[in-house]
Design a protein around this ligand. Structure first.
Ligand SMILES: Nc1ncnc2c1ncn2[C@@H]1O[C@H](COP(=O)(O)OP(=O)(O)OP(=O)(O)O)[C@@H](O)[C@H]1O
Length: 700
């Protein structure tokens, strides 16, 4: 176990010397690599890394161990197994290395570098398994070395298992990224030469300029329950793809005409499945990486006056709240606190240079299709006491809930808590009476986030939450006076859960405790009578959640198939899609974070999430042509406003002038002028109407 936990920090340049030494001591008398050795290999370029692996192999072989590449995955990765008399180690080299030759102890590595390839950065991923191979008495450790952005081998020149020796030319390692950014955490990687571009954001990743929704997939680590059970990892991430290893599994044994693998192309994949949950440093790296890729560009966008929406989608317990909010610790802060922090910082910086901003936030929850403001002053508990509606229950642990969420209380909100969505003809859907709190500092914003989170109907996320930051910039310069407003919408969607499926599928039936199974055959009232109220409540919640998520999915389907084919997109069928309408079809840039679980038991849900994400990725925003037309319309409208302002000013001046002149010259008394006012105003109106009539048709 000690080895396992130590190996867990490999690849991180945050391993301290103590750890290194401990590891060395631990290896005393053995021939295995120390952390230092492995790091050396990882931090070096491909050539050095390969040398390192070779040395490791030879070294072990010299000292009586046998070493060989033992297996090859479908994705082309090879597994190196080093077996020592007392301590075996399995070190699989992961897909992105793409070695297509069999490497044995004294054999030379041969490969050729593809010119368009990228190089030099490396990182390490670690998967831990215990006692996988019973033939070894001692520890079996899997060290999963992944070298990101290393050159792809040229398959044509060097087919599989061709061992013709061609030495790799390090000069061939092109220090350039080929378009898309697929780098694992920059923090974990040793500094690369200046010529190597830094990772970019999802928003700026390649792909069609008209892509409305960018999709990022995040795979959570195995939880304690999954680590204990011998569950296999069925999804594998590869740069901007997620590969479903055993697609036939989906078909439940129906192997005819099915693909063995299925792949989903997205914009970015963050695979945390190798993370050990207790490892704070890797956790922070991962969260920071998520922020760099998604959060930072979102702040930039807002400061530039554009709207951005980030939504986390996935099954229950897949890490949505972790992605959006974090785990409550400083190192594990999620997107919301990090975005808010950066935004406040940037606004303060800009204010120093004379810019004028105001920031307001709102926080709401959609629970069972009803909307609640989470920033209301009065606490829920007080209201419950007043209304007398409250109940608490304990939840049997969900298999996918990540070993948490055992007890929570259900607090039914009272009717007056609910607010309604209204459709504004110009600004679109808005929530009536939603509180917008002014914030000036990060502390204030943080307090509001915490308050809102505490005000949620349930301790766990059984409703969708929408945290919105409204940034108003007051333009002071002569050229562009007025204000520009931008929104950052941060949406934590509720996840599907087993309670819903329990009533619908046999598979989930067997996953619930036997004591609860008999209630499936009972009617609602009987279930209540059995004291299963909490379970029934959860089922109702799940129904609402699943219905609204299904509607969101429908909207994705309709939008991805192109609205041009005349399909009506029904946004108003659920509160969620209605509120997100602007994010899905308006000018807002949207990022969908599809949270998935690496475990076999969540396979179906993960694939469902990936399918939904793939649909969202196909949604196209307004074309450049459209935006050009919009620009022209805006310019014309600006012109029109200026003309009207001029006319109003002119008319007011004339009216007051002529009235005062009439009084002054004694031609009319003030009373007579007052009587004449309606006639003058009517004249003014007709003048306006004339102007309106003369407007070009395109203005109307
Ligand atoms: N990338 C990750 N790294 C480390 N821990 C994670 C990660 N993703 C999720 N977890 C952990 O998994 C557990 C479940 O995550 P979380 O509560 O965010 O799921 P969720 O999808 O929001 O669930 P629900 O739908 O019930 O709200 C938490 O304990 C969380 O800390």
């Amino acid at each position: 176990m000690e080895i396992l936990s130590e190996i867990g920090v490999l690849g991180s340049n945050m391993v301290d010397d103590n750890m290194r030494e401990r590891r060395v001591k631990h290896q005393e008398g053995n021939t295995l690599a120390t952390i230092r050795d492995i790091e050396k290999g990882l931090e070096a370029n491909l050539q050095e890394c390969m040398n390192f692996l070779q040395v490791l192999t030879e070294d072990n072989s010299r000292k009586g161990a046998t070493a060989e590449w033992v297996s090859e995955d479908a994705d082309g990765s090879l597994e190196l197994e080093v077996v020592h008399a007392t301590r075996p180690v399995t070190a699989p080299v992961k897909p992105s290395l793409h070695i297509h030759e069999r490497l044995e102890s004294a054999q030379r590595v041969s490969y050729e570098v593809d010119d368009s390839a990228v190089a030099s950065q490396s990182s390490c991923r670690n998967v831990h398994t215990e006692a996988k191979k019973p033939r070894f008495q001692n520890v079996v450790t899997e060290v999963d070395l992944e070298l990101d952005n290393v050159p792809r081998m040229n398959k044509k020149v060097y087919p599989h298992h061709d061992c013709s020796a061609t030495k790799m030319q390090p000069s061939n390692l092109q220090l350039q990224l080929n378009g898309r950014i697929r780098t694992w955490s920059t923090e974990s990687i040793s500094e690369t030469p200046n010529s190597t571009p830094r990772p970019q954001s999802v928003l700026s990743s390649t792909g069609s300029q008209n892509d409305k929704v960018s999709v990022c997939v995040r795979m959570r680590p195995f939880n304690e329950h999954e680590k204990v059970c011998p569950l296999k990892q069925v999804l594998c991430s590869q740069k901007d793809k997620v590969i479903v290893k055993d697609y036939n599994y989906l078909r439940q044994g129906n192997t005819a005409n099915t693909k063995a693998e299925c792949q989903f192309d997205v914009d970015y994949v963050l695979d945390d499945s190798f993370l050990s949950r207790g490892n704070r440093q890797r956790k922070e790296e991962s969260q920071r990486c998520m922020y760099k890729i998604l959060g930072k560009p979102c702040v930039e966008n807002a400061l530039d006056g554009y709207n951005t929406t980030i939504m986390a989608y996935g099954q229950m317990g897949s890490g949505k709240t972790y992605t959006m909010m974090g785990d409550g610790t400083l190192c594990g802060r999620g997107l919301v606190p990090r975005i808010v922090h950066e935004l406040m910082h940037r606004v303060h910086e800009d204010q120093k240079s004379g810019a004028c901003f105001s920031i307001q936030v709102s926080y709401l929850e959609i629970y069972q299709e009803k909307i609640r403001d989470l920033l209301v002053e009065k606490k829920m508990e007080q209201r419950e006491e007043e209304s007398g509606v409250t109940c608490s229950f304990s939840q049997t642990e969900s298999p996918s809930a990540g070993g948490r969420g055992t007890n929570f209380s259900f607090r039914r909100p009272i009717k007056k808590d609910y607010i309604r969505i209204r459709e504004h003809p110009v600004t679109g859907p808005s929530v009536e009476g939603l509180i917008w709190k002014d914030v000036a500092t990060y502390g204030e914003m943080d307090k509001l986030v915490k308050k809102g989170t505490a005000n949620r109907t349930l301790a766990t996320n059984r409703g969708h939450t929408l945290f919105t930051v409204k940034l108003t910039r007051m333009q002071k310069n002569e050229k562009s006076k007025g204000t520009s407003v931008s929104f950052i919408n941060l949406v934590d969607l509720a996840g599907k859960n087993w309670a819903f499926h329990m009533f619908n599928s046999h598979q989930f039936f067997i996953s619930i405790p036997p004591s609860n199974r008999e209630i499936i055959n009972l009617k609602g009232s009987e279930k209540m009578a059995l004291g299963q109220k909490p379970l029934v409540e959860r089922t109702y919640e799940s129904r609402y959640i699943n219905r609204s998520l299904a509607q969101l999915n429908d909207v994705f389907t309709n939008l991805s198939s192109g609205r041009s084919n005349g399909k009506f997109v029904s946004y108003r069928s659920s509160a969620l899609t209605w509120l997100l309408r602007e994010s899905l079809c308006g000018s807002t840039k949207t990022i969908l974070v599809a949270n998935i679980s690496p475990a076999e038991q969540d396979f179906q849900e993960s694939v469902h999430t990936l399918k939904c994400a793939a649909k969202a990725k196909r949604i196209h925003g307004p074309s450049n042509q459209d935006s050009d037309t919009k620009k022209q319309i805006c310019m014309k409208m600006d012109e029109e406003i200026r003309t009207l302002q001029y006319l109003i000013a002119d008319l007011t001046k004339n009216t007051t002038q002529s009235s005062s002149e009439l009084i002054k010259h004694g031609k009319k008394s003030p009373d007579e002028v007052e009587i004449l006012r309606p006639t003058r105003e009517a004249d003014g109106r007709s003048c306006f109407e004339n102007v309106f009539q003369r407007r070009p048709a395109s203005w109307r």
